[in-house]
Structures are given as structure tokens and as C-alpha cells.
Design a protein around this ligand. Structure first.
Ligand SMILES: [Mg+2]
Length: 269
């Protein structure tokens, strides 16, 4: 890790969020932001203390909370496991549910055919790399290489680029590189920017008031969300990766501290 990376203090970020009495829309990514990464993504669990902080913030009269993830909607709802008035965005925003509304982005037939073809190519790459596996979602197909050796990861990435270039040239899928994942996504699918915009609009409609959007995320897919946070909002990158966010915290443990501070500092109802 480079020593030139500067992290902000919890105080600095909390002050930006709580600088006036505007209601807060707190949106957060899940993996790498609320939870530390594990080699097997199926084993990632939200720590009870963090779940309690999200629940308490969601109950605060001036706060709305949403979790925005690349995981499928049911998966992220199951892992966060809070029934109360939360927003959940799965598949980077292709499936969103709120307290009184939901939206699903349809994927067209030609894109689906290309995703099927991509699955065959990615399975062939995964078969040759120890620890690699392919994940299928409604709008994407993903090669996971977190469990592979660094050398095998590089080999997988280079083979991936060679093998998928013809498919990408048809322009029905786009490449979404993430942290140890290579994902091919249907072009018509939403990004986390669309999710931020949809949720913010829904919250402002329900409140009949403006809100300050806050977004926390660690991954390259979170750049879309950062770009949807205007100058009134607060974007926070988690971890050392170069990011377009205004603020930066080191890890999910710091995010937990921030949530606790916000609970204390946001103006009561
Ligand atoms: Mg993440």
C-alpha cells in the first residue's frame, strides 16, 4: 500500500454529513464497505453491531438508509436482514426495493443470448485456474478469481481479455472490472449511479423534502455511484484504491465508527 494515501478522520466525514439540518440519505455498498472481504463471498456476514447501527439509523426520523450491492436483491436482503423501511438495490441497481415501491430493469433477448455465450467462455477459463469460478446473475456473468494465486489471476485476466474481445465488439455487453472479479454486464442494465438517483428521488417524494445523499463504497463499481453524488452530497471511498470520492476511510471498521458517530450527531427529529 502506498504511504501517500491520505485517509480522512471520522470527525471530518461526520461533520460534512451533519453540517446543517438537511435530512440524510445514507447509502452504502456491502462487500468491502460494511463487511470485510472473505475468500468465499458466500461466507460474508454482516457483524451484529453493524446491523444494529444500520437499524438505529433507519429508525432515526431524519435518516433513510439503503444498501446498494452487486449481489442479487434476495441475497443482499438476506445478509442485511433488516425488515424496517430500508432500501435495497441488488445487481448494481437492476432490482431495487424500497418501503413502498420497487423497480426492475428488463434485459433484452440479444443481450441474454450474449450472456449465455459469455458463460461458456468464462467456464473454460475457470476450468484452467485453481480457485476460479463463474457466477451467473440475471444481467451479468462473472469470473471470480479472489481465491487464485496472483500469477493465476494475471493469467486469468489476460485470457479473459483475449477470449471475450469478439463478444464485447458486438456492443451488447460491457466489461465491468471489479476487485478480483471480471464481470460482463448487459448494456441496458442499470449502474449504481441509476440506483442512487432512483432511491434519492423516491425518498424526496416520500419526505416531500430535499435530502443530502451520502454514499460509501470500496469498489470500481462504486465510482458510478460517486458520480451521482452532487456537491451537496458526501461521497466516501473505503480503502486505498484510487477513487473519485470526496472523502476516504481506511476500512469497514472505520465505516462502523462513522455510523456510530452519525447516530450521535445527526440532529434529532
Ligand atoms: Mg464493495
Amino acid at each position: 500500500m502506498s504511504t501517500s494515501i491520505r485517509f480522512d478522520s471520522i470527525d471530518t466525514v461526520a461533520s460534512a454529513v451533519c453540517r446543517d439540518e438537511e435530512p440524510v440519505l445514507l447509502l452504502t455498498d456491502f462487500d468491502g464497505t460494511l463487511c470485510e472481504f472473505l475468500t468465499d463471498p458466500n461466507e460474508v456476514e454482516l457483524a451484529p453491531a453493524r446491523r444494529q447501527l444500520l437499524a438505529s439509523l433507519a429508525e432515526h426520523p431524519r435518516v433513510d438508509v439503503g444498501v446498494v450491492s452487486g449481489r442479487p436483491l434476495d441475497d443482499i436482503k438476506h445478509r442485511v436482514a433488516l425488515a424496517r423501511d430500508l432500501y435495497y438495490a441488488g445487481l448494481h441497481g437492476c432490482d431495487i426495493e424500497g418501503p413502498d415501491g420497487a423497480t426492475t430493469v428488463p434485459i433484452d433477448g440479444a443481450e441474454l443470448a450474449d450472456l449465455t455465450e459469455a458463460g461458456v467462455l468464462l467456464e473454460a477459463i475457470a476450468a484452467d485456474i485453481d480457485g476460479a469460478f463463474v457466477e451467473y446473475k440475471r444481467q451479468s456473468v462473472t469470473l471470480h478469481v479472489r481465491a487464485a494465486t496472483p500469477e493465476d489471476r494475471r493469467r486469468a485476466e489476460s485470457t479473459f481479455r483475449d477470449e471475450t474481445s469478439d463478444l464485447l465488439a458486438r456492443e451488447r455487453l460491457r466489461l465491468q472490472p471489479g476487485d478480483c472479479v471480471l464481470e460482463l454486464v448487459a448494456r441496458s442494465s442499470w449502474t449504481k449511479a441509476d440506483a442512487v438517483i432512483w432511491i434519492r428521488r423516491d425518498v424526496e417524494r416520500r419526505r416531500n423534502d430535499r435530502v443530502r445523499p451520502v454514499y460509501l463504497g470500496d469498489d470500481r463499481t462504486d465510482e458510478h455511484a460517486f458520480s451521482a453524488i452532487d456537491s451537496d452530497g458526501v461521497s466516501v471511498a473505503v480503502g486505498p484504491r484510487p477513487a473519485g470520492a470526496r472523502y476516504r476511510l481506511p476500512d469497514p471498521a472505520a465505516v462502523e465508527l462513522l455510523l456510530g458517530r452519525l447516530l450521535r450527531d445527526i440532529t434529532p427529529g
